[in-house]
Design a protein around this ligand. Structure first.
Ligand code: GTP
Ligand code: MG
Length: 206
C-alpha cells in the first residue's frame, strides 16, 4: 500500500478529535525536529504531504495519513493509518503549548487500542536522551510495541553509525531481553526506507 497515493485524513488537536478506532495504526514519535514528518514523506514518496520545517514544533496535532481510495464507511476501510505526531522536548513554542502536545502524545500512546507499533525516532547525532527514556518507560508500562529508528544518518560518518548502533543496542538490551531491530535511516538519502516499510507492513499485519 506504499505504492498508492496517501492522503491526509484528519488532524487531532486533542484526544476527543481522534478518528474512531478502526484500521491498524503505526505512529512516529520522537523529540522535536528529529525528522518524523520528513521520514513519513520519504516512506510514502510524497514530498510535502506531512509538513516539515527547520524550526522545532512544526507538527502541532496528531496527523492521520491513510492510503487513498477508501470511503471510510463500514467494509471500505483503509488497510492502515500512519500517525505523525508533535515532538516532545524543546520547541519554538510557549511552554504551556509544548506541555499540551506532550500530554496529547502520551495519552494517545498509552490508550490507543488499534496502535500496533510506535516507531521511536532518535537523531543519529544525539542518541537516546532522557525524554526518550521516559517515552520508552511509558510504552513498556502500557505494553505497546516500539521500534527504534535512527534518523539523519547522512549527518554522521559510517563508522559513527556503526558505533551508535552498538551503543543503542546496548541501551535497549538493558530494558528488554528482546526488541525489534534498530533501523538506521536518512530521509534525505533514502537509506533504510525498504527496511522500514517492511517493518511497518509486519507491524500492521500482526
Ligand atoms: P516537529 O514536527 O517540529 O517535531 O519536527 P519533525 O520531527 O517532524 O522534523 P521534520 O521532519 O520537520 O525535520 C526537521 C528538520 O530536519 C528539517 O529541516 C528537515 O529537512 C531535516 N531532516 C529531516 N530528515 C533528515 C535527514 O534524513 N537528513 C538530513 N540531513 N536532514 C533531515
Ligand atoms: Mg513534524
Amino acid at each position: 500500500s506504499f505504492l498508492r497515493p496517501w492522503v491526509f485524513l484528519r488532524g487531532a488537536p486533542a484526544m476527543k478529535f481522534l478518528p474512531p478506532e478502526g484500521p491498524p495504526e503505526v505512529a512516529f514519535a520522537g523529540r522535536s525536529n528529529v525528522g518524523k514528518s520528513s521520514l513519513i514523506n520519504a516512506l510514502i514518496a510524497q514530498r510535502g504531504l506531512a509538513r516539515t520545517s527547520n524550526t522545532p514544533g512544526r507538527t502541532q496535532e496528531l496527523n492521520f495519513f491513510v492510503p487513498d481510495g477508501y470511503s471510510g464507511t463500514d467494509g471500505d476501510m483503509p488497510p492502515m493509518a500512519i500517525i505523525d505526531m508533535p515532538g516532545y522536548g524543546f520547541a519554538k513554542a510557549p511552554k504551556a503549548q509544548v506541555d499540551a502536545w506532550t500530554e496529547l502524545v502520551f495519552d494517545y500512546l498509552r490508550g490507543r487500542v488499534t496502535l500496533k507499533r510506535v516507531f521511536l525516532l532518535i537523531d543519529a547525532r544525539h542518541g537516546i536522551k532522557k525524554n526518550d527514556e521516559e517515552v520508552m518507560d511509558l510504552l513498556d508500562k502500557a505494553a505497546v510495541s516500539y521500534q527504534v529508528v535512527l534518523t539523519k544518518i547522512d549527518k554522521i560518518k559510517p563508522p559513527a553509525v556503526v558505533r551508535l548502533l552498538a551503543d543503542t543496542e546496548a541501551q535497549l538490551k538493558k530494558r528488554a531481553a528482546a526488541y525489534p531491530e534498530i533501523v538506521a535511516t536518512s530521509s534525505e538519502k533514502g537509506h533504510g526506507m525498504d527496511e522500514l516499510r517492511n517493518a511497518i507492513a509486519r507491524a500492521v499485519s500482526d
